[in-house]
Ligand binder design. Sequence first.
Ligand SMILES: [Zn+2]
Ligand SMILES: [Zn+2]
Length: 294
Amino acid sequence: MLKEYFKIFIDGYYGYWNYLTSEIFYPSWHNYFWWLVGISVVVWGIELLFPWRKNQAAIREDFWLDGFYMFFNFFLFSLIVYNSVSNVAVEAFNDFLALFGIQNLVAIQVGTWPAWAQFLLMFVVADFIQWNVHRWLHKSPWLWEFHKVHHSVEQMGFAAHLRYHWMETIVYKSVQYIPLAMIGFGLDDFFVLHIVTIIIGHLNHANVKITYGPLKYILNNPVMHLWHHAKHLPEGSNGVNYGISLSLWDYIFGTAYIPNENENEPLGFDHVEEFPKTFWQQITYPWNRSKQKA
Ligand SMILES: [Zn+2]
Ligand SMILES: [Zn+2]
């Protein structure tokens, strides 16, 4: 059994390496790498043409750091460890289920539904799970130390979207795995969903003032998300506006907070100026910090 897991680990590693190199060298419509680059260039262009904070530099503070995070979180982390480890975890989890005679987790067969309905279900379910996980990242003092990386952004721009600690990937994916497996989707279906969420997420962090009119009660937007990053929160609150793609949950559960549309609202958290500035220091920060405390 262990040998089998080891083989899955190694296969996952080579499989991902082949996938990544073919993504980069053979652009196609079904290609995360070039879509991410394309979306980034377009949203950056919109920021430059219609900036909300007029005096923000085109290459804002931490632009390159965030650009690196984008590539690291989306591609390199999977290559280094995530893809292989998660393949093994899925196999071990299935083996564990098999002990109880469970062959798969599919609870609702949605394969026969029209594509748009499948997409909508997946989009809403995944987003609601993420909204809950995001609340948890703010509520748990241990997880907050990791989530601080995302909140250490002091000047907002599209690339800040994917500045986060790799531990968040593990938390989000693990929590989502079972519920999404129960809906029983093939991997292919995630592509469009991912692309749509990248577009919305990039825009949420962009230096543009878009609120989508009355759709603001459904879709998260740059004005709402800027307040998620605000340094000064309402008394006694762990956070506000936890929405990822949808703002709906914050309106339903009373965590929406947009007191004004001040584009220069200070961002970060208390003592953000003491937070490390480089990639390596930031991703090792939660552990170094607990060592300091102990
Ligand atoms: Zn947050
Ligand atoms: Zn954010």
